[in-house]
Unconditional design. Structure first.
Length: 107
């Protein structure tokens, strides 16, 4: 089996597994009864996981620190999101701050 066909087989297996997990969630969702405490814990776990991925992506690029420009841009985005600004304003402001800092030579 060549490297190319092995990659295609891997993608197919992952796609099938993802599809089966989604179908299982749909079918089992109405049959399983969780307590309110468990539902809250599952919701908090998903939020924590997404926050961890976002923080890692914001602070690191590979194995190295991403630089102060990116961290400042993400901080501006967080502040504007906290102030409930529109999404387009958040994206443009964060990109502009990051670009300006990189334009001034701050990595």
């Amino acid at each position: 089996m060549t490297s190319h066909s092995l990659m295609i087989a891997g993608i197919a297996v992952l796609a099938a597994g993802t599809f089966l997990m989604r179908v299982a969630g749909y079918r089992l969702g109405s049959r399983l009864n969780f307590s309110p405490a468990t539902q809250t814990m599952l919701s908090d776990a998903a939020t924590t996981l997404l926050l961890a991925v976002a923080a890692t992506s914001a602070l690191f690029e590979g194995h190295h620190f991403a630089g102060y420009a990116r961290v400042t841009g993400v901080s501006v985005a967080l502040f504007l999101a906290w102030r409930k600004a529109p999404l387009m304003v958040i994206i443009i402001a964060a990109a502009a701050v990051t670009a300006l800092l990189r334009g001034f030579g701050i990595q």
